[in-house]
Design a protein around this ligand. Structure first.
Ligand SMILES: Cc1cc2nc3c(=O)[nH]c(=O)nc-3n(C[C@H](O)[C@H](O)[C@H](O)COP(=O)(O)OP(=O)(O)OC[C@H]3O[C@@H](n4cnc5c(N)ncnc54)[C@H](O)[C@@H]3O)c2cc1C
Length: 432
């Protein structure tokens, strides 16, 4: 008998789970549900627009979506249009793959001023995520501060300083490109509370910052430790490479290009300055003791017009699933949440790792489903379709999505791969 599975969320974790189930045989009917009309989660709305090669994994997921056993229900929000409990009634197994979509706030005085943006909103804006279409960030100053020492901080800095030529083969939305092009921005400060040995940058991303056409990356050589350190051999290799790259930045000339990215370590933001909007940032110098940043009491300020906090993501609780508020994930034991209810990806283990890190979650949970679910027998798709019909929800099928995508590709000016629609209404209008 066919086992019916609803996967809530069409990001990497959701698609890897679908693939892993298909790898186990033909006995599964899989419906992937997403609140966005567009599939693929953060591959579309998080991965930077100039890193198209990283987005190539979508092609593999596309093949999965085309399989007979798989259906896509976009534009359907679980928790609003249909509940987790209703899905559990309709499907033999329900897999939560909803990611971690809440920001971590900048919890310091002034953190709520206009001009302070969580990276989630900022990356959503430059990636055409509909809810951030009108973020309209304040880019009217020559300097901006980015807080955080992970790849998302680098993404934000890089997207802001690359020129038109470097972005030509990206899918940066036009209104975003126009906002960046007309901005006087020439100094981006990337602040880390700890040192280069603790920074989470991967080396490919860091190295790219040394090869930008109009921007030079800088670091104070006094902030570079003599030796790299890491928590294991692999980490040590990475830190050595990063240190070499940063040594290259330390020798760069600030005036050699019109824009600058300043990597500043051992600096902890303590207050966003300004009356009605961001006018600057006050930071405290730190020292790292046993891996932790400790304030030294010495402060300094920079003038800037906006602050982007790239300090991590947090999952949002969903009704019908227990939530571990401390860890910020759905309570689960190795992906098992309850009877016939599972979690994968960032909602299962928190927001860390790269796209492929989510693959093992899908494999693990597909194994659980095979082991836990006996004969199946719940209606699955017809049950969901009935609920959506009764509620007048306009679900976007995978065929619909392909029509939307074809329009995005047709609207693009090569070498841009697509011109993304920036609102849900625009996407749905393609189908009318
Ligand atoms: C800004 C940014 C840039 C990144 N860049 C890279 C990179 O360059 N390379 C790399 O390897 N990794 C990158 N990552 C990490 C990578 O994106 C994640 O590892 C991965 O996307 C996590 O997968 P997920 O499926 O758990 O979550 P997501 O990708 O977030 O997918 C969750 C999906 O669930 C949907 N959803 C949420 N709630 C509901 C609901 N209630 N009902 C229905 N659907 C719902 C969402 O719309 C989304 O489609 C980046 C992450 C971020 C935040």
């Amino acid at each position: 008998m066919t086992v019916t599975v609803a996967i809530v969320g069409s990001g990497p974790a959701g698609f890897y789970t679908a693939q892993a189930l298909l790898d186990r045989g033909d006995g599964y009917a899989i419906d992937i549900i997403d609140l966005q009309p567009a599939p693929f989660g953060l591959i579309r709305f998080g991965v930077a627009p100039d890193h198209q090669a990283t987005k190539n994994v979508m092609r593999k997921f596309h093949q999965t979506a085309l399989r007979d056993q798989v259906s896509f229900f976009g534009n359907v929000e679980v928790g609003r249009d249909v509940s987790v409990d209703e899905l559990r009634d309709a499907y033999d197994a329900v897999v939560l793959a909803i990611g971690a979509s809440d920001e971590r706030g900048l919890n310091i005085p002034g953190g709520g001023l206009p001009g302070v943006y969580p990276s989630q909103a900022f990356a959503g804006w430059y990636n055409a995520q509909p809810q951030y279409r009108d973020l309209d960030p304040l880019l009217d100053h020559q300097a901006i501060a980015v807080i955080g020492n992970g790849n998302v901080a680098i993404d934000v800095a890089r997207v802001l300083v690359k020129n038109e030529n470097e972005m030509a083969s990206s899918d940066l939305p036009e209104h975003v490109a126009a906002a960046i092009a007309s901005s006087p921005l020439c100094d981006v400060y990337v602040f880390g509370r700890r040192g280069p040995n603790q920074a989470k940058f991967t080396n490919v991303e860091l190295r790219e910052m040394g090869r930008l056409e109009q921007c030079v990356s800088l670091v104070d050589p006094a902030q570079l430790p003599d030796e790299a350190s890491g928590h294991d051999e692999r980490d040590l290799r990475l830190k050595k490479k990063n240190l070499d790259t940063l040594r290259g930045f330390a020798g760069a000339l600030p005036g050699s290009k019109p824009k600058r990215v300043h990597f500043q370590f051992y600096a902890m933001p303590v207050e966003v300055l300004g009356e009605a909007r961001v006018e600057g940032l006050r930071l405290e110098r730190t020292q790292v003791i046993e891996g932790r940043a400790q304030g030294t009491g010495e402060t300094f300020e920079i003038a800037c017009g906006a602050v982007v906090a790239a300090i991590g993501y947090r999952a949002r609780a969903i009704e019908g699933a227990p939530f571990d508020d401390h860890r910020g994930v759905v309570s689960n034991t190795d992906g098992r949440v309850g009877d016939g209810l599972y979690a994968v990806g960032w909602i299962m283990r928190g927001p860390s790792g790269v796209i492929s890190t989510n693959k093992k979650d899908g494999v693990l949970v597909a194994g659980h489903i095979e082991a836990d679910i006996g004969g199946g027998g719940k209606p699955g798709r017809s049950g969901l379709e009935g609920l959506l019909r009764d509620r007048g929800v306009r679900a976007v099928s995978y065929d619909d999505w392909q029509a939307i995508e074809a329009a995005e590709i047709a609207n693009a000016t090569p070498p841009a791969p697509r011109r993304k629609f920036t609102t849900t209404d625009e996407m749905l209008a393609v189908l009318d």
